[in-house]
Ligand binder design. Sequence first.
Ligand code: PA5
Length: 537
Amino acid sequence: MDFPDFDKNNYDSQWERFQNLLWYDKHLEMWLDISRIYFNDSDLKHLDEPFQHAFTALDLLEQGSTANKDENRQVGHYWLRSPSLSPTKEMADDIRAEIESIEQFGSDIIKGNIRSETGKPFTDVLWVGIGGSGLGPLLIINSLSETNKGLNFHFIDNIDAFGISNTLKELSPKLTTTLFITVSKSGGTPEPRIASQLVRSYVEKEGVNWPNQSIAITMKGSQLDLQASNENWLRRFDLPEWVGGRTSITGAVGLLPLSLIGRSGNEFLEGASKMDQLTRQRNILSNPAALLAASWFFAGNGKGKRDMVVLPYRDNLEVFSRYLQQLVMESLGKKLDRDNRIVNQGLSVFGNKGSTDQHAYVQQLRDGLDNFFATFIEVTEKNEDIPSDNGENPNDFLSGFLQGTREALSQGGKQSLTITMKRINEHSLGCLIALFERAVGLYGELINVNAYHQPGVEAGKLAAKDILVLQSSIEELISHDKYFSIEDIRISTNTKSSETIYWIMRHLSDGDKVFEVKGSWKEPNSLRFRRSPQINS
Ligand code: PA5
């Protein structure tokens, strides 16, 4: 198809380009406009062959190939919403049974058929999980929970004692009617493992019977699974080995929160499955995931040279940019390509929401560096609960701000694309998530990286270990009968870096008063430490 180049001053050619490149699906009531990404007809033709390989790779992945070769596993999140595609009948039956049991459990909790030990219905959920085990549920709750419907959600997605303490204080009057849900595919990630244990110790002192109020979502046979099974926790749900954390939202990780807020998991799965079907087409222009992947390729020269700024003009999609940040950056941000060549690939994602961000960083987008492309998300459904005042209608203003910003970016020579949806509900959220999951899959193939492993994350999980071992040796070393310099500690602990010792001593010296400190933190060589005389070494 021939379409004109984008010309910011020629509205007739812009209109022609818009019409030629516009994707719309009347069943999903969804639009995608990539006409303001700069590429021409021949650029698109050049991508056709790489795309055909990418489509084949996705087909093979759906058929059960070991698509994640480094971890030697299949990549099966697409089966979660289309169980009949799974490689074996047994897997398909397991997926269906799991969906049914989650729906049933959620409905029993909401109707009060399953109650807390006090005889009262459950009121709250404390969700402990990080990364893929935390962001999906957070997105679901932020996008779809309604006031006075279902349970109230609280999240612990970090090992910050201040955050944990605040959350527990908030929950304090309702601890006996709270469901404690620990989510970790591996079952051993330090943050959720430690946080869950800390929460448990705290709430047990407050009279909570942990096993009766606790749920584990994890891989069969993991440390967490065994614990939940041995202690007979209220429920266990499966996070299959062949589902990656950041694509687990169409499994128990997303379905359980949906059911506990009285929303339909089946609708959510149906939306995702419809988008999967649509994006199996091999014609780039009729495949919205291919159009997105092509846009990322053109905007960033296939090397992530421009960041993706995600701007949904809806409060309830505020978490979506964070969700995408993980999905895209953890999948595409890779040092090596599939042929083991150093490529340092990626696509940076940030964002929040419009029009709020127009009063923050959008200033730079409009007038400053050309190092990004915007991804606008528009939702056309209007809310009439808030009447117009003086003819000023909030729905119209929000739309006007989006359109105005899109145009201003184009006038400033900045690229953008826009996804438009009728409304946000289970179905459309499922579509939106699947759209990006498949765009990531296709783009990963175009740039030849394994989008399904996360070596950096795995390395990060071990990052604290060496430091904590060193910290323990320092704590053993420092006595109260003599002062130690940074250099004394470094030599005694056989450590290469003085800076590491400085960081550990700064951490140890704050708060608990175990160490006496002489000297100035500004002049590290002047520092001397000893154990406070009143504390036994
Ligand atoms: O997407 C991923 O694989 C990661 O972000 C994981 O979800 C995250 O590290 C948490 O892992 P786990 O669920 O094993 O605790």
